[in-house]
Design a protein around this ligand. Structure first.
Ligand code: NAP
Length: 266
């Protein structure tokens, strides 16, 4: 896919992975819609982007309020009159054991990471069908392929994205609308700091895995390369990606090893 001049909507554009993708796409001279909740952070990102006001829309959204997905989409259409790519990247992580997690918190994570994501795709896909072209990219996680303590609902939300988009891809294919699933490993962002605890409060604590993770500018270059390609799926990360074949080939040994690595904290 040639990205020059394409209208690309990025959620989670106010920090981390989404922010870095915005910078990478600006180099390709795309037209960008930047979405997340914190408008001041979106404006900060916008200032770092060398595109004219004609080519950028700041659109604050709260994915938890996904009943508004059609209204958000109308605002994008009012400015650009088409949507070539939707990058469904906004999301929130968790730091709490399942038995210590309120149901309201589980719902919040699922609302943001799964229902918000899917609602936006269902609002945008009909426009792409009319255009007879488009691409929906989704940021899941390697934690969407296995699970770990402290991350059960987050993991469930990322597994659910695989379940939805692997089928949705086939539903859209004959209309020339494509789906790319990207699974990051450990990327150096504030995702762990911004994670929520079982009572809904912010975790506010970084994780060594994230601190040592891939830099966002390296990640975003690989992400945009995948976006331009015809791939259905791409893992992006460092040696943590070895967990994927390990779990597939030796699942019992894999989960015993993970348990032994984490048991002092359980
Ligand atoms: N970093 C990693 O190692 C890693 C690994 C696997 C997957 N991921 C996934 O990558 C995506 C981006 O995360 P990140 O690492 O860049 O972390 P981050 O810096 O915390 O970014 C998360 C982004 O999602 C937005 N967001 C959170 N809740 C939202 C809501 N209710 N409505 C709209 N936007 C919301 C945040 O913006 P506001 O706070 O302004 O709303 C922010 O822009 C997430 O889906 C995450 O699960 C990250």
């Amino acid at each position: 896919m040639n990205l020059l001049g394409k209208v690309i909507w990025i959620t989670g554009a106010s920090s981390g992975i989404g922010e870095a993708i915005a910078y990478e796409l600006a180099k390709e001279n795309c037209k960008l819609i930047l979405s997340a909740r914190r408008v001041e952070e979106l404006n900060r990102v916008r200032k770092n982007i060398n595109l004219s006001d004609e080519d950028v829309l700041i659109l604050p959204i709260d994915l938890e309020q996904h009943q508004n997905a059609n209204d958000w989409t109308k605002q994008v259409m009012a400015k650009f009159n088409r949507i070539d790519v939707l990058i469904n990247n906004g999301g929130i992580s968790q730091k709490s054991f399942a038995l210590e997690t309120d149901t309201a918190v589980e719902r919040k994570i699922m609302d943001i990471n799964y229902f918000g994501n899917v609602a936006l795709s269902k609002a945008v896909a009909p426009i792409m069908l009319q255009q007879k072209s488009g691409k929906i990219a989704v940021t899941t996680s390697i934690i969407g392929k296995f699970s770990l303590p402290d991350l059960t609902t987050y993991s469930a939300s990322k597994h659910a994205l695989y379940g939805f988009y692997d089928g949705f891809r086939m539903e859209l294919r004959k209309h020339n609308v494509h789906v790319l699933i990207v699974s990051p490993g450990f990327i150096n962002t504030n995702v762990a700091i911004n994670a929520i605890k079982g009572d809904g409060n912010l975790a506010n604590e970084n994780s060594p895995a994230m601190e040592k993770g891939m830099k966002t500018n390296v990640f975003s270059r690989k992400f945009v390369k995948a976006l331009k390609s015809n791939r259905n799926h791409k893992y992006i990360g460092k040696k943590e990606l070895l967990t994927i074949p390990f779990k597939l080939i030796l699942p019992n040994i894999f989960y015993n090893l993970m348990y032994n690595m984490r048991k002092n904290n359980l």
